[in-house]
Design a binder for this molecule. Structure first.
Ligand SMILES: [Zn+2]
Length: 171
C-alpha cells in the first residue's frame, strides 16, 4: 500500500463537511424539481391550478396587446379574433406558443442586435394568424357574434386497451 492510498484524517474531515453541505441542500433541490410542472411552465395540460391562473392572465394581456397593436390595424377583418377566442383550444395553444416566442425574442438579457424580432414577426406572428384563420374554427363565431363549440362532433382519441396492447406487441 503506497502513502497516497492511506486515509488522511484531515481529508476525511473535509469530505465529511462537504457531504453535510450536500445533504443540507438536497431537500431544496428535490422541492425545486417537484414544484416544476411536468412539461414546463406553458403546458396547459399539466399545470397546477395556481400556475394555470397566472398563465391565463398573462395570455389575456398578451392577446389584448397583440390585438390593439396588430389585429385592429389590419385591413383584412377576417384575421380578427372573436371575443370567444379563449373558448377555442387551438387558439389558446397557438397564442400561448406565440406569447412564449415573443418572450424569447424580446428577452432583455439579449441586448445584442439580432434578427430575433424579424423572426418573431415572420416566423411566429404572421404564420400564427394564418393558422388561426385556417384551423381554429373561429370564423363562424366572429361572423355570428356569438360562440359555438368548435368541435365537429367526433370524439377525441382516448387511450384504450387495444391501443396499449398494440404498443406492447410492437416493443
Ligand atoms: Zn367561439
Amino acid at each position: 500500500m503506497s502513502d497516497d492510498d492511506e486515509l488522511d484524517p484531515m481529508r476525511i474531515e473535509g469530505l465529511d463537511a462537504r457531504l453535510v453541505n450536500v445533504e443540507k441542500i438536497l431537500p431544496d433541490v428535490f422541492d425545486m424539481y417537484e414544484l416544476r410542472a411536468p412539461g414546463g411552465p406553458y403546458y396547459w395540460e399539466a399545470l397546477p391550478h395556481d400556475q394555470a391562473v397566472k398563465l391565463w392572465n398573462e395570455l389575456g394581456k398578451f392577446v389584448a396587446w397583440r390585438d390593439s397593436r396588430y389585429l385592429t390595424n389590419l385591413a383584412d377583418p377576417s384575421y380578427r379574433l372573436p371575443g370567444c377566442w379563449y373558448r377555442h383550444p387551438i387558439a389558446v395553444e397557438e397564442l400561448t406558443a406565440l406569447m412564449v416566442a415573443h418572450r424569447a425574442a424580446y428577452d432583455t438579457r439579449s441586448a445584442k442586435a439580432s434578427t430575433a424580432l424579424v423572426d418573431w414577426h415572420h416566423r411566429a406572428l404572421w404564420p400564427t394568424l394564418d393558422s388561426l384563420k385556417l384551423r381554429a374554427g373561429m370564423a363562424g363565431c366572429r361572423d355570428r357574434g356569438e360562440h359555438r363549440e368548435p368541435r365537429d362532433g367526433s370524439k377525441a382519441f382516448r387511450m384504450t386497451e387495444g391501443y396499449l396492447r398494440y404498443g406492447d406487441m410492437k416493443s
